[in-house]
Design a protein around this ligand. Structure first.
Ligand code: C5P
Length: 220
């Protein structure tokens, strides 16, 4: 069985909402509540939440204090998690995640140490220097925009996180830590709908989408 680590300890400065991002209200509920619904609907009951200072764990979850960086929060959450074979890490900043994202990532662990939600690139991606001059146009057919959830064989994640703080600070996702430790990582196809709330515009959009979901009879 899997445990879930929900990282919610970021300050959310870019959002400018005056409180930690994971606790901003969306359609009447704190942002992290929407991810917790999806995790539980996927059948995962053991959930550790990395929290910002001054916030309590949601009911039924183990709460821990988040770290200085995202990966330090993940490492602290893993240390507090009950025993399991698999671990799935999710950013509270992606409240549109579905139960299927969790089950698909966990199922893909049959074929890799780590399996990550990822959307095929729809934009053309170019590389440019500080002078804004384009140096390359990348082959879009091989590019994926990486999201969470990210599922791991537990030993692979624990080993990958056992590195110095400066390495952890470089990680923009946990899968990279598994890659650099020589583990195998697979992408699991997702869609841009599972986007990360980063800007005030994202917040308005996700609030609208979740309110719309609640207003439908099939809402879950
Ligand atoms: O900053 P960013 O949006 O990339 O953060 C991704 C996720 O990591 C968010 O859900 C945030 O709450 C979490 N985080 C954390 N601890 C930190 C920094 C970010 O749990 N020190």
């Amino acid at each position: 069985m899997a445990v879930a680590l929900l990282v919610a300890a970021g300050s959310g400065e870019r959002l400018g909402a005056g409180r930690p991002k994971a606790f901003v209200a969306l359609a009447g509920r704190p942002m992290l509540a929407w991810s917790l619904d999806a995790i539980r609907a996927a059948g995962i009951d053991d959930i550790v939440v990395a929290l910002p200072a001054g916030h309590d764990a949601p009911e039924g979850c183990i709460g821990i204090a988040g770290g200085a960086t995202r990966s330090e929060s993940v490492r602290a959450a893993l240390a507090a998690a009950p025993p399991s074979d698999a671990v799935v890490v999710h950013d509270a900043a992606r409240p549109l995640v579905t139960p299927e994202h969790f089950t698909a990532a966990l199922e893909a662990l049959a074929h890799a140490d780590c399996a990550i939600a990822a959307a095929p690139m729809t934009d053309t991606v170019k590389e440019a220097g500080p002078d804004r001059l384009v140096s390359a146009t990348l082959d879009r057919t091989r590019l994926w925009a990486i999201q969470t959830p990210q599922a791991f064989r537990r030993a692979a994640l624990a080993g990958a996180l056992d590195v110095a703080a400066d390495v952890l600070a470089q990680a923009t996702d946990d899968a990279w830590l598994v890659e650099r430790a020589g583990g195998t990582v697979r992408v699991v196809e997702s869609t841009p709908a599972n986007f990360k709330v980063t800007t005030p515009h994202d917040l308005r959009l996700v609030d609208h989408l979740l309110a719309d979901r609640l207003s439908r009879p099939s809402a879950h």
